[in-house]
Design a protein around this ligand. Structure first.
Ligand SMILES: Cc1cc2nc3c(=O)[nH]c(=O)nc-3n(C[C@H](O)[C@H](O)[C@H](O)COP(=O)(O)OP(=O)(O)OC[C@H]3O[C@@H](n4cnc5c(N)ncnc54)[C@H](O)[C@@H]3O)c2cc1C
Length: 439
């Protein structure tokens, strides 16, 4: 019988094991392969994101909020600790281009309009370097006694008298341990949903972000994207006092359509070689629901389905001037618009027919504020694509040691709704490791 069994060898699982190595007898079980044998981008040692360019957002409020678990100083300490551990395994020591004077000026301007520019020190692990970092990490853990059981999917938990003491693998085998850490990432969201239902593990529905993708000429945003490639502006809207934010900015990028099971959504990406003349970014309204409908995923899906119906199966596109004046956009207006649409598979229409009034009003109010910070973004020719919806996993209820409502069952990372990026997932792994040691 092991002391601790960790489900998932992603960032949360590896950082939890790093805390426990040498102090407890640890086994990590992952359904994917070892890092140099991986074929699946989401599963295997290193987890999802291992084969991306690995941008590390060194800020506890980005990709989750570490202040949900600790105080401000504690959350910054966690970020610095994750950074230090990554450096030990081979990530660069230096930050990406960072100009404190320009950042201070931008913060001042943003604050003067009642909004917030979230300063993020970023690092790039680099897609070519990232597998090497994970390899070093794993080999160090193994030297310190951590065992890896790969190509092994956990299909269930052994829970007796509300106390967890093992897992069941897909092949029917049982693996016992005194404490179990759930760290299965977003790819394990369905697995978590099933566990929650079967064992009545306490959870809450996470918030969702609903809004549009905005596209403007890159020359309007250059002075901002040169300060931060993916600038984060946080705005509380004047009518409803709702939280709106910019997210996932692609300088000279492309808006893309994403097909979901029963609806379409939009996203954005940038390519290394092919560039557009535009910058796109998501402009998202935070939605949190209370009874009788707490299921934010259901709500987000119904908005996305309505938008897909109105768009005839394609994303909607509208000029901001048309939205502001309550008119639909047409192909004729889109074709003569000074801003060219980078996504062509769209239906010109009226976003206010597809989204709740409150969300549309938040977008209108929020964009007026953003226009003061980045003049021109709320011009009549700005293009809006809808719907953009960010769904998050359900959030397991945890105590101060990251223990769930089931004794000896702990939670960390994206799959348990506790994080949304590498740094935050790793930090929740550290907290779970510490929580297990504290018990
Ligand atoms: C393409 C892509 C690019 C990204 N780029 C960035 C980026 O640049 N910067 C950033 O901060 N974040 C990025 N992210 C997000 C980041 O990768 C995640 O937030 C982070 O990896 C979450 O860590 P985690 O440990 O919670 O889960 P994961 O890293 O997803 O790891 C979960 C692991 O659990 C395993 N698992 C799941 N279910 C089971 C089961 N039932 N049994 C056994 N094993 C199981 C999976 O195989 C997986 O290896 C990106 C994500 C993707 C998909």
């Amino acid at each position: 019988m092991k002391d601790v069994l960790i489900i998932g060898a992603g960032q949360a699982g590896l950082f939890a094991a790093n805390e426990l190595a040498g102090k407890k007898d640890v086994i990590i079980v992952d359904k994917g392969k070892d890092v140099d044998k991986r074929t699946n981008i989401l599963c295997g040692v290193g987890g999802s994101g291992t084969f991306s360019d690995g941008t590390l957002n060194l800020n506890p409020e980005i990709g989750g909020n570490l202040m949900d678990f600790t105080n401000r100083i504690g959350s910054w300490n966690l970020v610095n600790q994750v950074d230090k551990i990554f450096i030990k395994y081979g990530t660069p020591k230096d930050l990406q281009y960072y100009d404190p004077t320009k950042i201070e000026r931008l913060k001042r301007v943003t604050l003067s309009y009642g909004a917030k520019f979230v300063e993020i020190r970023q690092k790039h692990i680099g897609s070519d370097n990232s597998p090497e970092v994970i390899k070093n990490f794993k080999s160090n853990l193994e030297k310190r006694g951590v065992e890896f059981l790969l190509n092994s999917e956990v299909s269930g938990l052994i829970i007796e008298n509300n106390c967890c003491n093992g897992v069941i693998l897909k092949n029917g085998e049982e693996v016992r341990a005194e404490k179990i850490l759930l760290a299965p990432g977003r790819v394990g969201a369905e697995f978590i949903n099933n566990l929650v239902e079967k064992h009545k593990i306490e959870f809450s529905y996470g918030k969702i972000d609903v809004g549009v993708r905005i596209e403007v000429p890159a020359i309007l945003t250059n002075s901002i994207t040169e300060i931060n490639r993916d600038p984060k502006f946080h705005i509380y809207t004047k009518t409803y006092d709702d939280f709106v934010r910019t997210f996932c900015t692609n300088e000279r990028g492309f808006v893309v359509k994403e097909e979901q099971d029963s609806f379409v959504t939009v996203n954005g990406h940038s390519l290394r070689k092919t560039k557009s003349e535009n910058t796109d970014f998501a402009f998202l309204v935070r939605v949190n629901l209370t009874e009788p409908l707490e299921n934010t995923t259901k709500y987000g899906r119904s908005i996305a389905k309505l938008a897909t119906t109105i768009g005839g199966g394609k994303p909607l596109i509208q000029r901001f001037g048309d939205l502001r004046r309550g008119r639909r956009s047409t192909w004729d207006k889109i074709k003569r618009n000074p801003v060219n649409n980078s996504l062509e598979e769209v239906t010109p229409g009226d976003i206010s027919m597809a989204m709740p009034h409150r969300i549309v009003k938040d977008i209108l109010d929020g964009l007026e504020v953003l226009d003061k910070i980045i003049p021109g973004v709320a011009s009549d020719s700005t293009l809006l694509y809808a719907p953009e919806v960010k769904f998050y996993a359900i959030k397991l209820n945890i105590d101060k040691n990251m223990q769930t409502s089931v004794k000896n069952l702990y939670a960390a990372g994206d799959g348990c709704g506790l994080s949304r990026d590498i740094i935050n997932a790793a930090a929740t792994g550290i907290l779970a490791g510490r929580g297990i040691l504290a018990e």
